[in-house]
Ligand binder design. Structure first.
Ligand code: 2RA
Length: 334
């Protein structure tokens, strides 16, 4: 059991769910601390029927903790987390800053647990859109070798933080009442709209969010040869990312074989009966910790292709749940 667990970014969208998950999953540790930026310092929060005062994030604040779980903006993770490693803590980071750095483990516990156990520095949790896709790819890769992936995402506004969700609700109300609304998290109206840009422009006309899906997939699966072609789109859904995924494998897989592989893999639930209108929906997956898969079918344009639909709660498995599962894995092997 860890002696003292510090939750950094405790008041943010993911930090709040992290607290909830540590309670729900009955994560055992000696004591807990909750840390955030100066803006939230001194606030009172409740955790397991006790009141805690939010402490300020500083480079000296990690003394006495042996596990840090952080969910902060990239620049904060870049500045403060090396100090946590220096102070001797195991560090699990939700931000995007450390994921692709040399020597940093990038971990989905169902996929590459050993990378977390072997890590000597920061353990990063992948981007939400990557996590649900790679969890789905893993059993296919093990059985038939994934060569190429074409994915389109339908990403919820909660992925853009608390302000993203406020923009969806307030923007929708204003749209319906004919009032103006000034969006804060998005460059275009998200109410009754789709925005085919998440993140900033990067090479070859792709966005930062899309390139995360390319490079993080290869790192987690330990296979630099996997080709990924993503299009990431923000949609007016409050929570849960959806993805339309087509996979080309080296060995052919039938839809029945793919279904069996999904069904027997931890963390995946298959909901797939088109005749009865059953498939995963953001509204039914909200609040769950699994990755849901449906619409499993042959890619009729390719002999070695499988297509499917994949939905997961981006704040839970896409962020907080994955981080807490890494913490559980480390705790089991202390
Ligand atoms: C998003 N993937 O949905 C991002 C959050 N990490 O915007």
């Amino acid at each position: 059991m860890f002696r003292n667990v510090a939750i950094v970014g405790a008041t943010g969208a993911v930090g709040q769910i992290m607290r909830q998950l540590l309670e729900e999953r009955n994560f055992q540790a000696g004591t807990f601390r909750f840390i955030a930026s100066a803006r939230s310092t001194g606030q009172q929060i409740s955790f397991r029927d006790q009141k805690y005062t939010i402490e300020e994030l500083t480079k000296d604040c990690f003394a006495g903790s042996d596990l840090v779980i952080a969910s902060t903006p990239d620049d904060v993770a870049a500045e403060y987390l090396p100090a946590a490693v220096e102070a001797g803590c195991r560090v699990i980071d939700e931000s995007g800053y450390w994921r692709m750095k040399e020597g940093v483990a990038l971990v989905i516990p169902e996929v590459n647990p050993q990378d977390a156990l072997d890590a000597t520095g920061i353990i990063a949790s992948p981007n939400c859109s990557t996590t649900q896709m790679v969890l789905a790819l893993k059993p296919l890769h093990d059985a038939a070798v994934v060569k190429r992936v074409i994915v389109s995402t339908y990403q919820a506004t909660s992925g853009a933080g608390v302000q993203g969700t406020s923009d969806l609700f307030d923007g929708s109300k204003s749209y319906l009442s004919g009032d103006d609304y000034s969006y804060k998290a998005f460059a275009h109206p998200i109410a009754f709209n789709c925005i085919p840009q998440i993140g900033s422009e990067k090479a070859d006309g792709y966005t930062s969010e899309e390139l995360k899906m390319v490079y993080e997939t290869r790192k987690i699966l330990g296979d630099e040869s996997i080709q990924v072609n993503p299009t990431c789109v923000r949609v007016p859904v409050a929570n849960c990312h959806s993805e339309s995924i087509t996979v080309e494998t080296e060995k052919p897989l039938s839809p029945g074989e793919a279904r069996e592989l999904f069904e027997s893999f931890p963390g995946i639930q298959v909901v797939d009966n088109l005749q009865d209108g059953q498939y995963p929906l953001p509204s039914t997956c909200d609040g769950s910790d699994e990755v849901f898969i449906g619409r499993i079918r042959k890619d009729i344009s390719h002999p070695n292709g499988i297509s499917f639909w994949c939905v997961s709660d981006n704040l839970r498995k896409g962020a907080a749940t994955n981080a807490v599962q890494i913490a559980e894995l480390l705790a089991k092997h202390l």
